[in-house]
Ligand binder design. Structure first.
Ligand code: HEM
Length: 422
């Protein structure tokens, strides 16, 4: 046991002893985690952390008051996922932490988009900060297999590409709209990241500090996690906004529904360069660390499957395949009869109140979303070919052949076939 380990154990024991009344000793625990990887944390430390969590739960159940750190419980759940035997994609990506403080799903699409923009800006500004440490010659853990400066600078430019549209909406004056329209991705990465990080609250800083929990010691896993999390923030916005579109159609406001679906398509389009950003991950790094992510795959992404199943009800074969068997809660909601954009559109057409131009506007927006989603799937497929080739997926599929098989599926099969008004 090293002197650092001993100090960390003392710090943790003191925290446990206080019943979790102080802020959790995040720095020590995260420092250790990022130095060895979650997969390699030693049993003794893990057992101590599990004891601390049990004490915390007991204190909670007993109604003990005090200035308890409410982030510590969810943080420990993410940290102990492998130890508990609950490791999966939501815990790998620390989604429970990222959801803390999110607005209610029914808060309205503008509030939800602001939250998505803010989250993506924070995640990517943090990534830029992490990569700049390498460029400055002071890398932080995880720091195995550091990329060269050329690759890192490309990474920064691609992160900026994704941030710019969000910053134009959510961060007054941080980017120049004329320059972005002329050449996207040219806003200086450091300045943009600093502009975001200057505005963070204490809660946001805690979120950023605690939400990268790599399984191994390779630098590129940080990028992988931040890209997955940025997509998850985007899927959450897409799902809630499509739900709002369904309700809007039901309330006979087709113009508004078309605008909502178009906003969803726009945000997904803006997110596509996240794949180019992730393509700067070194395939050999990925192949090494993915040995320890086995059992966690984005096929378990509830956000993605929720968004998909708000478009139209997936075919029975898909619902009964690993696509939906990997997300049982979402599957249950679909089988219980989730209302969808396509289904509602067909209903309101047959009810006769939807005018032809309105039906056409909704259909046009849906087909726009369809086209962007097709690009999403094709880009995802190409990235997977490059990163894993013929290897199997970490979500128990055969890998690339599975991704090839889902490309032909459509979000809005009936809208594609049908003319605007039947
Ligand atoms: C290194 C990059 C990536 C590789 C190699 C990769 C590979 C795969 C593979 C092989 C699958 C099939 C399920 C499995 O067995 O795991 C899959 C599914 C999936 N991936 Fe990725 N992926 C990558 C990045 C991403 C990213 C960044 C996202 C965004 C969240 C994502 C979202 C998804 C989704 C939603 C599915 C389920 C698709 C469906 O069921 O139709 N992937 N991926």
């Amino acid at each position: 046991m090293t002197a650092t380990d001993t100090a960390l154990r003392h710090e943790l024991s003191a925290w446990c002893g206080s019943g979790g009344a102080e802020e959790f000793p995040y720095d020590g625990v995260i420092g250790r985690l990022r130095a060895v990887g979650k997969h390699f944390l030693d049993e003794e430390l893990l057992s101590l952390l599990a004891e601390c969590r049990a004490l915390l739960l007991a204190a909670d159940a007993g109604g003990a008051g005090g200035v308890r750190d409410a982030h510590a419980g969810p943080f420990l759940d993410v940290l102990l996922d492998k130890f508990d035997g609950r490791y999966d994609y939501p815990s790998y990506t620390a989604l429970a932490l990222l959801r803390r403080g999110a607005p209610d799903d029914r808060a309205g699409w503008e509030v939800l988009r602001r939250h998505r923009d803010r989250t993506v800006l924070l995640l990517l500004a943090d990534l830029i900060g992490f990569e700049r440490l390498v460029l400055d010659g002071t890398p932080h853990d995880p720091q195995g297999m550091l990329p060269d400066a050329l690759l890192l600078n490309k990474r920064l430019r691609l992160a900026v590409r994704v941030m710019e549209p969000a910053a134009l909406r959510a961060l007054d004056g941080a980017v120049d709209p004329v320059a972005v329209a002329a050449t996207p991705g040219r806003t200086p990465a450091g300045e943009l990241a600093d502009a975001v990080l200057r505005t963070t609250t204490a809660g946001e800083r805690l979120l950023l500090r605690t939400s990268v929990q790599p399984v191994y010691v390779l630098h590129d896993e940080y990028l992988f996690l931040r890209v997955l999390q940025s997509f998850e923030a985007t899927f959450a916005f897409m799902s809630a906004t499509l739900d709002e579109a369904v309700r809007t159609l039901r309330a006979e406001q087709p113009g508004d529904a078309a605008a909502l679906i178009a906003a969803v398509a726009d945000v997904l389009r803006e997110s596509l360069p996240l794949f180019s950003l992730l393509a700067t991950m070194q395939p050999e790094s990925f192949r090494l660390f993915r040995q320890f992510t086995e059992g966690a795959s984005a096929i378990q992404s509830e956000g993605y499957k929720t968004f998909e199943s708000y478009c139209s009800t997936p075919a029975r074969a898909r619902l009964d395949s690993s696509a939906f068997l990997s997300v049982p809660d979402v599957r249950g909601e679909v089988l219980a009869g989730r209302e969808t954009v396509q289904g509602t559109w067909e209903d309101v057409i047959s009810s006769g109140w939807l005018t032809e131009p309105d039906a056409a506007a909704v259909r046009a927006a849906a087909l726009q979303l369809e086209a962007v989603h097709q690009r999403w799937k094709q880009t995802h497929y190409r990235l997977a070919v490059r990163m894993i080739g013929t290897r199997t997926g970490t979500g128990a599929t055969e890998g690339v052949p599975y991704l090839a098989s889902v490309i032909s599926q459509r979000l809005f099969p009936a809208m594609e076939k049908q003319p605007a008004v039947g």
